[in-house]
Design a protein around this ligand. Structure first.
Ligand SMILES: Nc1nc2c(ncn2[C@@H]2O[C@H](COP(=O)(O)OP(=O)(O)OP(=O)(O)O)[C@@H](O)[C@H]2O)c(=O)[nH]1
Ligand SMILES: [Mg+2]
Length: 416
């Protein structure tokens, strides 16, 4: 499907509908489609047989012919029966919003994990449709529900089993991968660095912010991909951000979108929940988006769904270069384009992560001095004094980094 007609049934108010249609246009663009025409209708419900009511289906047929479209994208989530009916009436395939998002994810999937996740999500989406379609076809052929037994039902049962088997196999592979990632997570948690996850609506600038922070740190950490497109990022990337004397781990995650299909939430659980493991969430908002408040509400709801709603959130309005005044916005303000506000953001992240600095005297055994050397870029080390048991030092810095030294702490009395 390349040249499509975008169809939609407005079940809510005009403003909300237009906003959602706009997002659907962006989704089509992200899928490499060109919208040749739009056909919409205001209705209280979706017609269970033909989706559109009365003459609209004919209008859709005529439009398809006139613009020579090779597919229809439906903004609403459609059950199988109307999808099939519209497709048959218009002679072109029909995709609903869920199928469209699944298609985008499938095209963008790069890592093995993302590919497995997408395949599982697609099968979950197809499974009920496949069964119904087989059953309906059979009913249709035999001329009634009474004879809906036999070949079609058996074929459906075989396919159902095959799909379910594959889904179980994919879930097992994903679980094994997850286990491996848990191990990596564990080794990262040993580093005592605070974990920060960038979250927010797709295309807000999360990956761009990550790159800006990497660059400010002057580190040679690899930058991540950014693109003016929905769902540019599908895999979680982790980078070590070091600036001045402190450091933290920064996670770039998949963006959210309203009504994220539940099949995707299930399949992408481990990717989405990278945020659930963080000490701090940085919620990135596109300040130039007039609907940012609605999108922030989607972010909040999605965080709840992935059980990350108890983690403290630092709100960042990005792309402030695109608006004339940002005084009414409450939160940090950044522009990746102009490299503005990045330093302040890092300072604020660190203040939240490591609120208090502590000072500690330690007697470090000679064979453990490597531990001190490894921490010199994050802790202040002073007053070194040799002793027969080791080196007596004073350490100061964020509490989080002090943990490995706790066992060597000496009291003032012991020191003298
Ligand atoms: N003008 C302007 N554009 C920006 C800024 N930050 C990011 N962009 C652009 O916004 C688009 C999206 O940026 P990304 O960093 O890919 O957004 P994301 O939030 O990671 O998006 P997903 O990975 O799709 O969820 C890109 O075209 C960026 O160049 C900014 O501060 N100002
Ligand atoms: Mg991204």
């Amino acid at each position: 499907m390349r040249n499509i007609v975008l169809a939609g049934i407005n079940l809510a108010d005009e403003h909300e509908f237009e906003q959602n249609m706009q997002e659907c246009r962006e989704l089509c663009r992200a899928c490499g489609m060109e919208i040749k025409a739009e056909v919409t209708q205001q209705a209280r419900t979706i017609d269970p047989a033909t989706a559109f009511r009365s003459g609209k289906l004919e209008e859709l047929q005529r439009t398809i012919e006139a613009v020579q479209a090779d597919g229809i994208v439906f903004y609403n989530r459609l059950p199988l029966a109307p999808t099939a009916a519209v497709s048959e009436a218009c002679g072109v395939p029909v995709m609903d919003r869920t199928a469209l998002i699944l298609e985008i994810f499938s095209r963008r999937a790069r890592s093995r994990q993302a590919k497995l996740q997408v395949e599982a999500a697609r099968l979950e989406y197809a499974l009920p449709r496949l069964i119904h379609s087989e059953e309906e076809e059979e009913t249709h052929q035999r001329g009634g529900a009474y004879q809906n037994r036999g070949g079609g039902e058996m074929r459906a049962a075989i396919l159902k089993k095959r799909y379910q088997g594959r889904i179980a196999d994919l879930k097992k592979q994903l679980k094994d991968l997850d286990g491996h990632q848990e191990e990596q997570k564990l080794s990262r948690s040993k580093s005592h660095l605070g974990k920060v996850a960038l979250v927010g609506y797709t295309n807000a600038g999360k990956s761009s912010l990550m790159n800006a922070m990497i660059q400010l740190g002057g580190r040679t950490e690899k930058t991540v991909g950014t693109e003016d497109m929905l769902f540019a990022t599908l895999d979680t990337s982790i980078r070590n951000i070091t600036w001045k004397s402190r450091a933290f781990l920064l996670y770039d995650t998949v963006g959210f979108v309203s009504d994220l299909p539940h099949e995707l939430i299930d399949a992408f659980h481990s990717t989405l929940s990278a945020a659930a493991d963080a000490d701090l969430l940085v919620e990135v908002i596109d300040a130039s988006d007039e609907h940012w408040q609605d999108k922030a509400a989607v972010t909040e709801a999605t965080l709840k769904q992935i059980h990350a709603d108890k983690i403290p959130v630092l709100r960042v309005f990005n792309k402030v270069d695109k608006i004339s005044s940002d005084e009414h916005l409450e939160g940090m303000k950044t522009s990746c384009l102009l490299n503005q506000g990045i330093e302040q953001l890092i300072v604020e992240i660190e203040n939240r992560l490591y609120p208090s600095e502590v000072t500690m005297s330690c007697l470090i055994p000679y064979d453990k001095m490597a531990l001190v050397s490894a921490s010199r870029d994050v802790l202040k080390v002073s007053a070194e004094q040799m002793d027969e048991q080791g080196t007596l030092i004073t350490l100061s810095g964020p509490k989080l980094y002090m943990n490995p030294f706790k066992q060597y702490e000496v009291s003032e009395k012991e020191k003298n």
